[in-house]
Design a protein around this ligand. Structure first.
Ligand code: ADP
Ligand code: MG
Length: 478
């Protein structure tokens, strides 16, 4: 490797004669690798190419803006120090995005094999073979065998999503909609349904399936960039019949990955592959995702998993209790279904604890034992906040009179806190909209509904406001 240096004053000219720049860089890389560890090093640092030296400044090149920013923020100072230690005259390391025609990254393995190679260069650094195998094994994440259609309890809130998932699992080649977009709050069964699709497809054979979280997708994508195997990565994705990406909301704010996902998505759909995606909100509510991606996501079947009903909670508890082999009296199940309404995950957690307790001590499950064993969980769900309390706290926080909660005044500084109070009343109590309206100066239920929507909308748009409301909520909950 040669670097043209015709300026005697340049820092490079002060290097000792027999030290190649490549060797020097290799040593720095070895140090860095020792400091940050193998995985981090491979993920972020192997893509750095050596750029020109200009006076007391050396330029390092990275293939994308994203990588440049990341390396700059995480390793910039350290790179500066390391270079400066090697060549004291070098005062600055500049990180730039490589342009076409710029030198390629110096491959550690190549250098290691060449005469300038340093003994510290690790042998397993062979980018030509290693990453590909990784992509392959990471593509098919192990499916959780507990999450099947058989163990998924169907009820009103999830029957549509369930039917759509079944459809994908049964006829992946002629589903009739693409993608399937599953959405709903945490712990309501999105991941369960995706794994169930996967399990069913694997069971029926001759269909290949890939499942990964959006986070994993991003990680794989970045790893593919750094090992220059994005083409292989895409081809592997394209080689599966059904691709499932979980928790897509993770991509919000990750513009490069979104962009890549968008292209992959289009390519797969064009190639006739089926895609299943999950998120915590509907495509139109996923603000922060690129418009064209949202539009594309909304083009298939959008299936909402609603909050559980009492009936569904009972059915789920019955099914899980039966599977455990421990006898749990109906009264206890009803009690739990009444008390723990947030989501299935928490409900399941509570039941599991009861069952473990019963197994451990060999005692029958009773209502009394339940209250005892689940003391802490129940307490957390037992906050009975009243509307009066909410009004009082909110009025205090925004410095308005308590009477203004029910007054007819419509000035913004009064109306907004009033709307927040209505919103919190809806969130934290089990009161109906008309009941809430009555407590706020006999307002109509549509006014309450409007308040709830308005506050939700504002919270999405205004982070400071959202934080304020969240703070109120936490204060009221504790
Ligand atoms: P999400 O991905 O929507 O956050 P999960 O799929 O991880 O939720 O579900 C949380 C837990 O609740 C899992 O253990 C899952 O098996 C269970 N669960 C959710 N919905 C159901 C259901 N309808 N029937 C049985 N178990 C369910
Ligand atoms: Mg999930």
């Amino acid at each position: 490797m040669t670097i043209g240096v015709d300026d005697d004053e340049s820092a490079f000219s002060r290097l000792e004669d027999n030290k190649g720049l490549a060797e020097l860089w290799l040593r720095i890389c070895g140090r860095l690798k020792g400091e940050v560890g193998e995985v981090e090093y491979r993920t972020w640092l192997t893509q750095i190419a050596l750029g020109p030296i200009d006076g007391d400044e050396i330029t390092l090149l990275l293939p994308t803006r994203f990588l440049r920013d990341w390396v700059r923020s995480q390793y910039g100072d350290r790179l500066n120090e390391l270079w400066h230690n090697e060549v004291p005259a070098l005062r600055r390391v500049e990180l730039q995005v490589a342009r076409p025609g710029d030198p390629a990254p110096l491959q550690l393995a190549e250098v290691a094999a060449s005469p300038v190679g340093s003994p510290s260069a690790p042998e397993e650094q062979n980018p030509a073979t290693k990453p590909v195998a990784e992509v392959r094994s990471d593509l098919v994440t192990a499916l959780d065998s507990r999450f099947t259609f058989d163990t998924f309890v169907v009820g009103k809130p999830n029957e549509f999503a369930y039917a759509c998932a079944r459809r994908v699992a049964e006829k992946p080649s002629s589903v009739g909609f693409n993608p399937l977009f599953l959405y709903g709050g945490v712990g309501l069964g999105k991941t369960h349904l995706m794994h169930a699709i996967g399990a069913e497809l694997v069971r029926s054979g001759n269909v290949s399936v890939a499942y990964m979280s959006a986070e994993k997708f991003m990680y794989r994508f970045i790893a593919a960039i750094r090992s220059q195997s994005t083409i292989e990565f895409k081809e592997q994705l394209r080689s599966v019949d059904v691709l499932m990406i979980d928790d897509l909301q993770f991509l919000i704010g990750k513009d490069n990955t979104q962009e890549e996902f968008f292209h992959t998505f289009n390519a797969l759909v064009d190639a006739g592959r089926q895609i299943v995606v999950s998120a915590d909100k509907s495509p139109s509510d996923l603000s922060g995702l690129e418009d064209r991606l949202r539009t594309r996501l909304g083009c298939g079947m959008v299936a909402d998993i609603h909050a559980t009903t009492f009936e569904l909670r009972i059915s789920i508890l019955e099914a899980k209790a039966a599977a455990s082999g421990v006898v749990v009296p109906a009264k206890v199940l009803e009690f739990l279904a009444h008390k723990i309404t947030s989501n299935v995950r928490e409900l399941e957690g509570a039941l599991n604890r009861l069952i473990a307790h019963a197994n451990l001590f060999g005692r029958p499950v009773t209502l009394e034992a339940t209250q005892d064993v689940l003391h802490d969980i129940l307490k957390a769900h037992d906050r009975r906040v009243t509307i009066e309390e909410i009004q009082k706290k909110v009025a205090e926080h925004w410095n308005i009179r308590l009477t203004d909660m029910s007054s007819a005044r419509r000035a913004r500084n009064v109306a907004r806190p009033r709307q927040v109070a209505m919103y919190l009343a809806k969130q934290l109590t089990s009161r109906s909209l008309p009941e809430i309206g009555r407590k706020f100066g006999n307002r109509d239920h549509t006014t309450v509904m409007h308040a709830v929507n308005r506050v939700t909308e504002l919270m999405e748009r205004d982070a400071a406001f959202a934080e304020d409301v969240e703070l109120m909520r936490r204060m009221l909950e504790s």
